[in-house]
Each structure stands twice: as C-alpha cells, then as structure tokens.
Write a protein that binds this ligand. Structure first.
Ligand code: SAM
Ligand code: SF4
Length: 474
C-alpha cells in the first residue's frame, strides 16, 4: 500500500498487468487494484452468446476487465461451437493465428482458453493441437470458472473443466448483458435426445432445468431493470421441468414469464416437435405477451429420413403440431431448420421436404448441409452424400423457400404491425423494427427522436423475401 495526496487516478501498464494507482486524501491508505484484462470471442448459437454474457459477468466479478481485441488482453477466451465442421474449423483457425508468435516467444504473459462445445468435444487434445492454450472448459463446468481462474493465475499450464456429470445449471446473478431491451434466460441446459447427426448431447451433457423460483426471480429483476423482451433459451425448451415441488412444465413457465409486469414480449427457442404440446399454443392464445412465433425444427419432410435421424416423430405427427398452430386465434409465424444430404437421402426424400415447405408455408427456414460429427450415430451410416450433391440440394431448398417467402410476405402489404425498434440503419435511413412474428419491418419516420427500444406501429408498403418495409403510423 502507498499513500497519495489528491483525488486523481492514473494507470500504466507493467508487463501484462495494468496497475491503477488511486490517489487518496492525505493519510488515507491507497489500495492498488490489479486490473487483469480479457478478450472473448463467441461462435455459434444464441445459447453460446448468452453463456458468454454469463462468463463475462463472472470474469468481471473476479476482477477482470474486458478489452476489445485479443492483442490487448492477458486472457483470450474463445467460446466455441462444434455443431458443424466449419464452425469448429474457425476456432482452430483463430488459434493458429497466434501459433507463430507463441513459438517465437512473443506471447509471454498471454493465456488462451477454449470454452464451449469444441472444448468439451476435443478435450485435452486441444493442448496438443494448440500448445499455447492453457484452459479447456465445456459449458457444463462453467460454474467452476472462478476456481479454474485461480489455477490459471497460479501458473497452471493445463487447466481443464470437462466433466459432464452435473445436475447444475449455470445460473448467475453476474450476467453482463449488452442489449438493453431484449434479455436471454436459459431455462434448461443440455439435451437428452440422441438425434443421429447431432453433437450437442456429447458437448452439453444431460438435461438440467432450473427452478421456477430462480427463473421468475431473474425475469422480475430484468423487468425492474427496464428490459421489455425476454427470450427463454434451451436446446429443447419443451422438455423443461421445474425441479422444485411446483413442478411447472414449459407451458406454465412460459405463461408465468409473460405475466411479469413490464415484460411486453416473450419468445422461446428451441422447440423439439416430439415434446411440443398443445398447451403451448393455448398459452400463446391466452397471453398477449407471448409472441406470435414458434421455431419448430423439422429437419426433413420424409418420415424415412426422420426415422434414420432418430428424431422420434413422423411427418404426420409433425404436421399435427402445425395444425394446432394454424387453428390458433393468433397468427403464429412458424420457422424451422432443415438438413439436406443426410446419409441415404434420395431425390424422393428431398421432394418430400420441398412438399412440406409448401404445405406448412414457413415464414423462414434455416437450412444446412449435413455435416459429419464425431461420436454421432450417423457417422456409421452408409451412403454418405458428396459435398457437391449436398450443395446442389441446399440450393434447391433455399430457392424453393425464397419463392414461397416472396409470395407469403406480399400478403402483408398494407397491414399494420407493432414493432420493437432495434436501431437505426444510417445507410438506408430506416428504423429497424421487429414484429411479434419475428419479421424484420424496416420503416421510415421523419421525427428526430431516438426510437430504439420503443414499441411503435408501422404500415407495410413493400415486401421482399426476407423482410418487410414501410412507414411509421400513429
Ligand atoms: N435442439 C435444437 C433442435 O432439436 O432442433 C437444435 C439445435 S442445433 C444448435 C440447430 C440446428 O443445427 C439443428 O436444428 C439442425 O438443423 C442443425 N444441425 C445440427 N447438427 C447438424 C449437423 N451435424 N449437420 C448439419 N446441421 C446440423
Ligand atoms: Fe441436437 Fe436433437 Fe438435442 Fe436438438 S434435440 S440438440 S438436434 S440431439
């Protein structure tokens, strides 16, 4: 400790640690605060983005300070995704960018950590592939991050958090949220399904739901902080089961979050069709805060392929869920995920998928080429399809859906929608709005006030395949 004489503060860098000296009044003791810096880059899905918000909150509580580039940081974190091969390669590409510097001794004091799905999947092999990495930690071990950071700071070169044997969820009051209007809440972690193509059960472990009390406490706290939209997250939110005696199911949890005063919109993702109950549609019908949108991944329109994928439903059972939504009072927009080129997929199976797209009339789809993943059942299947053929099928699916969306979106012309304003696009001079159906509605408004975060109405005057455009109306 040192003594100072004025109220000013200054800082300088000493090796890799920034030390701030605070000058205090005469005779006061002055604390030297060691500010340790970190950089984090996130790959993949919304779950990962929200995990990073929680990791950032935890790091800040442990005395770390976030910096915008890896060059400025002592600790560099990559929160990774391994859902498809390409996502995984990106991470190793990032790590490779530092390899040469590491070999030449230029990275003294800098530490690298790999978090998330690639960490869980590759485990300690990462230390061989990228020797400058000191920590690998899967999402099921994030509750142990503070202890792992202590080990890292103590100079331990190989810190691991790879156990999947947990019934804990990563609930933390320390979440550092960037968006001031929309907040994410994880209600269930892991996945108990075994889809033949999917690595998630191996990287995120078994399902763990959080208690309804902790969920509601977080939702109320977010409302008090001024958030108006909440998105409930999980690999399969439909199998949410409150572990406390209240034993809420997903429809109850959804409804109750939508009743928190101040919360105007609630969304959820992702739903598994097998666990998607009619009570969810009934809840949407009964509660205006629940958004007019369900993302219900189908993956294929062919029952034969769904069976090979171990998806646990047939095309007909899936269409039954769609019928519930179409029969609702509310205009529920439906989106989905499609995988093309799963082993053994024939032209007839592809045609069944195209036919399903037409039958359902999805508002949007996310479509992917099947990617072979370690540990998954589909690796053993014969009749793998070539990359060129998968690309051809993907293009057919996307063009088919594009034509459907052009027609469907044209039906919105001259309709008025409430939009949550996400920001202003200087390039186009339009405000970016999001409707309850999760459609982008860009609109013009002559006023000078900042609409970001507000709920306003806009009339659709133009439509395209991927968005709507219009003007603000009072
Ligand atoms: N849990 C969600 C569900 O069951 O629909 C989805 C989770 S996953 C992060 C999102 C999407 O990635 C899946 O719906 C699927 O379409 C796609 N996906 C997963 N594994 C894949 C693979 N091996 N190849 C291509 N796409 C894959
Ligand atoms: Fe993967 Fe299937 Fe679980 Fe979704 S439900 S995360 S696709 S295993």
């Amino acid at each position: 400790m040192t003594e100072g004489s004025g109220p000013t503060a200054f800082s300088h860098s000493l090796w890799s640690q920034e030390i701030r000296f605070y000058r205090a009044p005469p005779h006061a003791h002055v604390t030297i605060t060691l500010v340790k810096t970190f950089y984090i880059e996130t790959f993949g899905c919304q779950m990962n983005a929200h995990d990073s918000e929680k990791v950032i909150g935890t790091l800040i509580a442990e005395g770390y300070h976030q910096v915008p580039t890896p060059d400025e940081a002592e600790l560099v974190f990559y929160n990774t995704c391994s859902i498809r091969d390409k996502a995984e390669q990106k991470v190793f590409h990032r790590l490779d960018q530092f390899k040469a510097q590491f070999k030449s001794g230029n990275l003294a004091g800098k530490k690298f950590a790999v978090l998330g799905c690639v960490a869980q999947q590759e485990g300690e092999k990462i230390f061989d592939k990228a020797p400058h990495v000191s920590m690998v930690c899967g999402s099921a071990s994030y509750t142990k991050l503070p202890q792992m950071l202590v080990q890292l700071e103590a100079g331990n070169r190989r810190v691991t958090g790879l156990s999947l044997d947990t019934d804990l969820t990563f609930d933390t009051p320390l979440t550092r949220r960037d968006n001031p209007h929309r907040a994410y809440i994880t209600i269930i972690e892991g996945c108990d399904k075994a889809c033949a193509y999917c690595v998630v059960p191996f990287t995120r472990g078994p399902e763990r739901s959080r208690t309804s009390a902790s969920l509601m406490a977080e939702a109320r706290q977010l409302a008090d902080m001024g958030y108006t939209e909440i998105q409930l997250l999980g690999q399969n939110v439909n199998s949410y089961r409150d572990p406390s005696p209240a034993a809420w199911d997903f429809a109850q949890a959804l409804d109750q979050v939508g009743r928190v005063p101040g919360i105007r919109r609630v969304r959820f993702t992702t739903s598994h069709p097998r666990d998607f109950k009619k009570s969810i549609v009934d809840a949407i019908d009964a509660n205006p805060a629940l958004c007019d949108h369900v993302h219900l991944p189908v993956q294929s329109g062919s029952t034969r392929i769904l069976d090979a994928m171990q998806r646990l439903y047939t095309r007909e059972e899936y269409l039954q869920r769609i019928a519930w939504m179409k029969a609702a009072q509310r205009p529920i927009a439906i989106t989905t995920d499609i995988i093309v080129g799963f082993p053994g997929e024939t032209e007839a199976d592809l045609a069944a998928t195209l036919d399903l797209l037409t039958t359902v009339g999805y508002d949007a789809i996310f479509s992917f080429k099947y990617s072979r993943r370690p540990n998954t059942a589909a690796l053993q299947l014969d009749d793998q399809i070539s990359e060129d053929e998968k690309s051809r099928r993907l293009q057919i699916v996307q063009e088919h859906q594009r034509q459907l969306q052009i027609r469907q979106n044209a039906a919105y012309l001259d309709t008025v929608h409430e939009c949550m304003v996400e920001g202003f696009n200087k390039a186009t001079g339009q405000w970016m709005g999001r409707t309850s159906q999760h459609k982008t509605l860009n609109f013009i408004y002559a006023g000078a006030d900042d609409l970001t975060g507000q709920y306003v109405h806009a009339r659709v005057t133009r439509s395209g395949p991927n968005s709507l455009a219009g003007e603000r109306v009072q």
